[in-house]
Design a binder for this molecule. Sequence first.
Ligand code: ADP
Ligand code: F6P
Length: 527
Amino acid sequence: MTDVTRHLDGRTLILLSNREPYEHLAGVEGVHVRQPPGGLVSALDPTMRRTSGTWVAWGSGSADRETADEVGRLGVPPFEPAYTLRRVWLDESDIAGYYLGFANSALWPLCHLLIQHFEFHREHWECYQSINSRFATAVYEESLRATGTPQVWVQDYHFALVPAELRRLAPDIFIHHFWHIPFPPPDMLRLLPMGVPEKLLRGLLGNDLIEFHTERYTHNFLNCVREFLPDVQVRGELRRVSVDGRSVALGAFPISIDVDAFERLALTEESDARAAALRQRFTRGGRALGVSVDRLDYTKGIPERLRALDRLWYESPELRGRFTMIIVATPSRTELIPYQTLESDVLTSVREINERYGTSEWEPIVLVHENVHAELLAAIYRAADLCLVSSLQDGMNLVAKEFVAAQVDEHGVLVLSRFTGAAEEIEQAVLINPFNVAGFADGIRAALEMPADERRRRMRAMRAQLHRSTIFDWLESILARCADLMDGCCSDPDVERRRPPAVIADAAEQDAVPDVPDRPQWGDARP
Ligand code: ADP
Ligand code: F6P
């Protein structure tokens, strides 16, 4: 087992994210705890369990206050504490301005290139700034309590301003930042009022290291700095930026999952029984079962997926009754209108498709419209013959990796949008373009018709690749890079050159954003 703590070398990790890893909720049967859905929590909870330290986050659960001490601290996981959670309290107007407002109505759509959902309100931006400063103070307080030298790890787009603010409070602290979603090209940030992109970028440059999923996002960040901060020196070939006499390093670190844990979940007796029951119900007599799992978010391409399925059953009547889709779609950010509209559109389309093609014996789409616990998810992934991931843009997409990890019987096919970070990494998936409905339907058909030996060969290769890059390898490579930077061994450009990033870009290449590897996509014109 990888020893991820060795690179911490006695330092205390203080992690900051908006979403907390454990949320206490008041229900009719008393208080219960749940893990909120989302890639960030799924990836970071297993790593914090190994490194210990403190996780600072918004206390969003209705029973969060009564389950923490007077400062908002508690040991988690609640059943077997391994690290400290420090909850920060936000009121309704904070949530409306900072989280629902600037983070999720401005930055989220811009970073995902979906500008039809972009909204800017000056009050939201003001609120974002003040909440970032509040969280920077909470992290600073935790750093003062740390027993070892603190190392701060900020997560995501909710906290672009925290690094610079924290550096003001504690100039010598080591700060790094993982950006979990795509980083957009300059044209997207230009939609914000003048001064806002500059402030966001300067906030991020308070870090010592900024981590993205892919080279493409690193490249976009460098191009944004070049465009909005002309006084800052960008050394693209070194993946470095020099600002205020400091050097900021950048790198691509594709996130992953706890592969062994997911595989174990798929192999429990209960999962065995559940998967067998699902196969008995949906796949007897050569029938096929598909699955998809997402938060109900407009970035996930759920309407596009439903259009492709509709087209598939329309064009291929022989598949009616022979291919069933389980769509697990959990409500998300339901206070926002685009999410409400999406939810009602999805419910309507599912009902229409089921009415159009369903019979008294067969329902084409089984919709699971709720949060599902990980063991049940693992059993569904295991039972499925294919998994559809159709994001319009997605930083990585961990569902794709969970499906591969849970496919212990190696019969499933991964149908994957080329606009996910995962598509730049996972070979042997069937790549699709969700905007091309006919091509998407062809991709599903190709997956359904794929011979058993080819499915097995592809799945085996994907599983081997996934086992070589787990969440612990990801964590280790980030912590190792931090340790190198702290030791100063990378401050000399010659030393840096001996540790080259995977793709070299220099100023002359600044507009050439790396493309997704040229693998066949179903439905695209081939030369
Ligand atoms: P995002 O971070 O945008 O939500 P990812 O695909 O990277 O997207 O991660 C989603 C995570 O949330 C996965 O770990 C997935 O298992 C989990 N998840 C998504 N939908 C559900 C659901 N309905 N029930 C339980 N977990 C879910
Ligand atoms: O992975 C991106 C992300 O925005 C995380 O930061 C977040 O926890 C997850 O998606 C789910 O979104 P939310 O926390 O808004 O429910």
